[in-house]
Design a protein around this ligand. Structure first.
Ligand code: GLY
Length: 279
């Protein structure tokens, strides 16, 4: 198991991550627990989480639909109403059990509920493990603009349990790898070279750890995205535009696919600009 120190919290990675959550909870005095999940993580991940952390047996479960359209004000309202109904207070803990949609939406709703309640991220997709769960960005989409309303709010902990990846269809694996490829392209030539011989089954823990370490290093230097952190948006500007365009027509492009296309387009544009400036 490895532990990476981030901005006031630890990112724990490895098979011992569920035990680490249980230890984390035992060391705190939370008044109640709320777990946000979607229909997939409810079915495939929640039972494993509760078995590994018996303290969560009494948690209130908030289930939302999977998919990007859930990152909306309507779902925020639903979550806030549930928190009020079950008398969440500033001593409660909010737990995001899911991919990037769950951690973006849940992180946002928790970060403003009663001026902020503690939350932790338990990412279940490769994309969320490698990128979304670390770094303190939370957001929902508004007016068809992705991530247009959000906060910078640090979780109290991020617990990466790679076994959850076994619950995903292979397509999600390929999509999640987009963020690992991105990290390698922007920050680590050696990682990029070693990715060429990636064997997903056996190597993923190592690549995840490398990718999280690289991201964390960038985030710690620029937590509020004022400078160098923008490099993490490589492939995302074009990718988000494509995603939004498709959403408007009722179609959904997976975030990872959008990032792959975005990286190609943005590299092409920057290459063209360089060539033109040389003329
Ligand atoms: N996902 C990009 C960032 O955290 O800055």
């Amino acid at each position: 198991m490895s532990v990476i120190k981030s901005k006031g919290y630890n990112v724990v990675i490895g098979p011992g991550a569920l035990k680490a959550i249980s230890d984390f909870l035992s060391g705190k005095d939370y008044t109640s627990y709320f777990i946000l999940c979607d229909e997939n993580t409810f079915r495939h991940c929640l039972p494993l989480l509760i078995t590994g952390c018996p303290q969560l047996g009494s948690a209130h479960i908030i289930e939302v639909d999977s998919g990007e359209t859930t990152k909306s004000l309507d779902f925020c309202t639903y979550i806030w109403q549930t928190l009020m109904d079950y008398k969440a207070d500033p001593g409660s803990l909010f737990i995001n059990l899911g991919g990037g949609v769950v951690s973006d939406l849940g992180g946002f709703t928790a970060s403003v509920f009663k001026r902020g309640m503690d939350f932790i991220n338990i990412p279940t997709s490769l994309l969320a493990m490698a990128d979304a769960s670390v770094g303190g960005k939370t957001a929902i989409d508004f007016y068809n603009v992705k991530n247009s309303i959000g906060t910078y709010a640090q979780p109290r902990g991020v617990f990466v349990y790679p076994f959850f990846l076994n619950t995903l269809p292979p397509m999600h694996y390929r999509n999640g790898l987009a963020e690992v490829f991105k990290m390698a392209l922007i920050a680590d030539k050696e990682l990029w070279n070693s990715l060429k011989s990636l064997r997903v089954d056996s190597d993923i823990d190592h690549f995840l750890q490398k990718s999280i370490e690289l991201k964390n290093r960038i985030v710690l230097k620029d937590p509020f995205d004022k400078g160098n952190r923008k490099i993490l948006n490589f492939g995302h500007t074009m990718g988000h535009a494509l995603e939004a365009l498709l959403l408007e027509t009722g179609n959904e492009l997976h975030h990872g696919e959008a990032v792959y296309i975005g990286m190609v387009l943005e590299s092409h544009i920057s290459f063209q600009k360089k060539m033109l400036s040389k003329k």
